[in-house]
Design a protein around this ligand. Structure first.
Ligand code: ADP
Ligand code: MG
Ligand code: MG
Ligand code: MG
Ligand code: MG
Length: 638
């Protein structure tokens, strides 16, 4: 999403009427862009991260921590620099769903030099500092996946009250003031998703069953102004949430890669897919919701349910009458099909799509795999249209395509080049939760980028059936998944596919430790592969040291020697002197927890249980000229 406001959103009635219009022109726009760009070649590796942050305000007298709704104000100051010098700034700032959230990316994407791994963390620090310079007394910026007391009474600064009978969310817990106000997009999406679904969204997370949790655990929602609908949607023994903000109000870490051409992008999209649940489990960082300790460690299902616009017919709860399809998943979920020829044999989940659209794509020279991918994305209706964008030039514009594409929030995104730009075919890696420190976030970013290079250089094959990736997504979110769960993974990732081998013999269950660190004589391990790749490269001493610290962090997280963020957060709460074994994150516990998080984040009091011996690397803001020159060996060969 760009800097400027997108215009005036249409109301739901008009949006609904235009659903077919957007689909029809979106498909034509995709066909046109495909014809223009299918043969585009020779783009080099570029990549960049996206970090989402929360603004928190401490009240040291009352010992409370609240989310601060000043993101719009801070964002407009941050954006001034970019407006003056769009190509020269070191960071770019964008709005996010919450009025307490902002998203920061590097000013320019990184390139193919190994030495780029040494500037990621410094840039993240720079970004954090840039925001810190705008903060008022008591305010801090945090990279925190979920605010533990989001949706509890009095969780915002300034205070705001939920409005169950009016406004965009109609939530019992989440006030509309907590939605980013400058961009009409967020409120419109919230409202239209609710209208399309025909009721409020419903999120039910199993509560963590500590000794003093009531049996059954059931809240009095009528007291909060429920008209009966929440009571019906809320499950016993679950933490119930009823607004888009509970999901889209979480922060995450994303990565985008540019591929040299469309084929490479399709390969990367597929090969990174089985890693999504693994990286979700490894980055797990969000065990608390609406003031409770839950039995899950990740945000994924929360967001998935928070934007689930499917009607009860589409969800399979009623016979189809007014809707066209049964739809298996929310528009926010893991991907349903692979895109490369190699991946075809692992597409074992039946795909829902409109046959006419599929056929239209085929008739225009688009191959079966890409056609079914796009047709599947296009089973969704638009949930937000701006009046200025209704009529478009399908030869040049791509807004209708992007309208549907960008509201299919999946683990991976296949991004075509934007119109009139120098940008190539890209893929986005979207599952990771955000970590407390820049060191950890940089570590995960560099690890994934390195893996992508190893995959391409060694021609690795990580593919397993899509249904098994789906199973892994469910496992990844469970409490302590890294330690307790086994994940489906391909047994031999370095050999070519042997078509005579039964697919079901190609994969087995592994622990995350085995997947990351290897298992003697059984599985090679991802980090050993990354290390053997690095050993063949010419890397300067500082970058080498930085990368080794990152890899060590990931190895120790995988082995259980270090805690995941989620495990550490749980431990802090459960051992807090005020904790009553009732799975409640009280105001005071929340305050103390976030104070501790802040001390870790600012390196005032680092946490060896989370990071090990190092809390930073040899990171520098710029690649020294001598190193850039010396590093003749670009990491992308195409
Ligand atoms: P979105 O929110 O749609 O995912 P953003 O613009 O917020 O996209 O983030 C895109 C990321 O891609 C940023 O990290 C940016 O640095 C990076 N990026 C920008 N241009 C390229 C490119 N040509 N190739 C790869 N990554 C790029
Ligand atoms: Mg975004
Ligand atoms: Mg973004
Ligand atoms: Mg974002
Ligand atoms: Mg993104």
């Amino acid at each position: 999403m760009g800097l400027l406001s997108e215009g005036s959103p249409l109301d739901w009635e008009d949006t609904k009427k235009l659903a077919d219009h957007v689909r029809k022109h979106g498909i034509i726009q995709f066909i046109n862009l495909y014809k223009r760009l299918r043969d585009r070649q020779g783009d080099v590796l570029k990549w960049g991260d996206e970090v989402e942050y929360m603004l928190i305000k401490f009240d040291d007298e009352e010992k409370k921590a609240r989310v601060s709704l000043r993101a719009p104000e801070i964002l407009s100051t941050l954006n001034e620099k970019e407006l003056k010098d769009p190509t020269g700034v070191k960071s770019l700032w964008r709005p996010e769903y919450g009025a307490y959230m902002i998203e920061g990316t590097p000013g320019k994407p990184y390139g193919g030099l190994l030495a780029h791994f040494n500037v990621v963390e410094a840039n993240m620090r720079y970004r954090r500092q840039e925001v810190m310079d705008q903060l008022k007394n008591g305010e801090v910026i945090m990279s925190l996946t979920s605010f533990p007391r989001l949706g509890c009474p009095d969780f915002t600064e300034p205070p705001a009250k939920p409005t169950p009978t009016s406004g965009a969310s109609r939530s019992l817990f989440f006030p509309d003031e907590a939605i980013f106000p400058g961009h009409p997009r967020f409120k419109t999406l919230t409202q239209n998703i609710r209208y399309r679904r025909g009721e409020k969204v419903a999120i039910n997370l199993p509560i963590y069953r500590d000794e003093n949790v009531a049996k059954p655990f059931k809240e009095n929602l009528l007291k909060l102004g429920d008209d009966g609908s929440s009571e019906k949607a809320a499950k016993d023994n679950h933490v119930y949430m009823d607004a888009m903000g509970f999901g889209m109000g979480c922060c995450c870490l994303q990565l985008t890669f540019q591929a040299c051409n469309i084929q490479e992008a399709r390969t990367l999209y597929d090969q990174l897919t089985p890693l999504c649940p693994i990286m979700l489990a490894l980055t797990a960082a969000s065990p608390f919701y609406r003031g409770y300790v839950t039995d899950v460690d990740c945000r994924w299902n929360v967001i998935s349910c928070s934007v689930d616009c499917r009607t009860s017919e589409e969800r399979g709860e009623e016979p189809l009458k007014n809707n066209k399809f049964r739809i298996r998943k929310s528009r926010y979920d893991s991907i349903d099909s692979y895109l490369s020829e190699q991946g075809d044999r692992y597409n074992d989940v039946p795909l829902t799509y409109d046959n006419d659209i599929y056929k239209q794509l085929l008739d225009n020279g688009i191959d079966r795999l890409l056609a079914q991918h796009v047709a599947h994305l296009f089973i969704r209706d638009s949930v937000s249209i701006f009046s200025e964008k209704v009529h478009q030039n399908d030869e040049k514009d791509t807004d209708h395509f992007e309208n549907i594409q960008s509201t299919n929030w999946q683990t991976m995104r296949f991004k075509p080049p934007p119109p009139n730009s120098s940008i190539g075919w890209r893929v986005e890696f979207r599952p990771c939760e955000i970590q407390i420190t820049d060191f950890e976030n940089a570590a995960f970013v560099c690890f994934i980028v390195l893996l992508s290079r190893v995959i391409l250089s060694y021609n690795l094959n990580l593919l397993i059936p899509i249904s098994k990736v789906d199973d892994n997504m469910a496992k990844a979110q469970k409490r302590n998944a890294v330690k307790d769960e086994k994940f489906w993974f391909r047994k031999d990732i370095t050999s070519e596919i042997d078509k005579d081998v039964d697919i079901n013999n190609e994969y087995a269950e592994f622990t995350i430790n085995e997947i990351i660190n290897g298992k003697d004589g059984v599985f090679v391990g991802l980090i050993p592969l990354v290390n053997s790749y690095l050993a063949s490269m010419n890397v300067d001493a500082d970058t080498h040291c930085t990368v080794q610290r990152y890899l060590k962090l990931i190895q120790r997280r995988a082995s259980g020697e270090l805690l995941t963020t989620a495990a550490w957060l749980r431990k802090f709460v459960m051992t807090h002197p005020d904790y009553k074994k009732d799975s409640v994150v009280s105001e005071r516990i929340n305050y103390d927890l976030l104070k501790r998080v802040h001390d870790i984040q600012t390196d005032v009091d680092p946490c060896p249980e989370l990071s090990g011996p190092y809390t930073t690397s040899k990171t520098t803001e710029k690649i020294p000229a001598a190193i850039a020159k010396a590093e003749k060996c670009p990491i992308a060969d195409c």
